[in-house]
Ligand binder design. Structure first.
Ligand code: NCD
Length: 361
């Protein structure tokens, strides 16, 4: 068998210029994830395996013996969380995931407290982390930075895996994993994600979660996507071109009420006005794109409402009490799927599945 291709086999210029779908081939080692950088690196089969692993971990952790087993798996490893962009859920769920597996963690969340403040480049910062840690989990407001850093690390004598925990406006692959896991669980009794209609609402132009999730959904058969947004926040042509290329059917709408009855899942998002130029906060009226209680009767009885969070006014708090509102569960799913992903990166998947099988599944 020929050796698998790795990031160290290619120049940065060639990797960077490559079609995103082709990048995945460079991100695996030993037939499993090594770097996790783009949603496009996951196949349907892998999404199902990771979902099953997350469920095994969730069930195992219900018992003390299971918790002790999980905690022993990576007790000799350390993870660095390098989050130079604000985060609550992604950061905390990665911390919790590391703790479940026994990894110790270090963090930089405010670069004014690190040597970057003294003029150190991000490249040198990341190489420094790799001297002390076995995994780097990174969030940055710069699109493509995690890819660049992963390439850089792969070309040093101490390469460590890199997980992209959100990069600029372009990618948030682990959010997409937890969103797909939530959809898998929500549709468990209704077949699968195949054939479902997913309605995306809000700031689709700048929301990286929508971009990564829309791509992951192309792995399923006959999924229809409906994008509902004011014209200035509608989904980018690049994603639409990818969807077209993948043969996915989609529709753009500006009227939310028309989309609601068609949905099997509604994916709400907030306005990402942190991307507006300073002093140029655009006043966009999104009142027509909010999910309020009066919309509940329009929604199918077995549909689900999701949101990556944080939310503002786009879902009223009163909607939380409806059983179709699954966003709090979705958030917790993030911890399980991230635990599964880290376990998989370090080759612990079989051990977990064996333990789960011994417990009677
Ligand atoms: C999202 C993000 O950071 O892209 N949040 C998250 O990771 N759960 C969505 C957002 O900030 O609106």
């Amino acid at each position: 068998m020929s050796e698998p291709i790795q990031l160290s086999d290619i120049t940065w210029e060639s990797f960077n210029a490559m079609d995103v779908g082709a990048k995945g081939r460079y991100l695996a080692r030993n037939n499993r994830e090594y770097h996790v950088l783009v949603a496009q690196q996951f196949t349907r089969n892998r999404l199902e395996e990771l979902g099953a692993l997350a469920t095994a971990i969730r069930r195992i952790s219900k018992q003390e013996e299971g918790m002790t087993f999980l905690r022993s798996l990576l007790a000799n490893h350390r993870a660095m969380l390098y989050f130079s962009q604000p985060s609550s859920r992604t950061f905390l769920s990665f911390c919790a995931a590391c703790e479940i597996l026994g990894l110790n963690i270090g963090e930089v969340r405010d670069t004014s407290t690190s040597s970057e403040f003294k003029g150190e480049t991000q490249e040198d910062s990341v190489r420094t982390f790799s001297s002390y840690f076995d995994l780097i989990i990174m969030r940055s407001q710069m699109g493509g930075l995690a890819e660049r850093m992963a390439w850089l690390l792969s070309n040093t004598e101490r390469p460590v895996p890199m997980i992209n925990a959100g990069s600029g406006k372009d990618q948030h692959p682990t959010q997409a994993l937890l969103d797909v896991y939530t959809l898998q669980r929500s549709f468990e009794k209704r077949g699968s994600i195949d054939g479902k209609t997913i309605v995306f609402v809000g700031d689709l132009a700048r929301g990286r979660t929508v971009r990564s999730l829309a791509w992951l959904l192309t792995n399923y058969r006959d999924v229809k996507m409906i994008f509902v947004a004011p014209p200035e926040l509608q989904i980018g042509d690049d994603i639409l071109a990818l969807l077209k290329g993948a043969g996915v059917s989609f529709e753009l709408m500006s009227e939310f009420d028309r989309a609601i009855p068609l949905a099997d899942a509604i994916y709400m998002t907030r306005i990402q006005d942190e991307w507006d130029a300073p002093g140029e906060k655009r006043k966009i009226d999104i009142s027509r794109f909010c999910f309020t209680c009066d919309k509940l009767p329009m929604l199918k009885s077995d549909a689900v409402i999701m949101h990556p969070f944080p939310r503002r006014q786009e879902i009223s708090v009163e909607v939380d009490a409806d059983p179709r509102a699954v966003y709090w569960r979705q958030m917790r799913n993030g911890m399980w799927i991230r635990t599964a992903l880290i376990a998989a990166i370090f080759g612990k998947e079989h051990q977990i599945n064996d333990f789960f099988a011994r417990q009677g599944g």
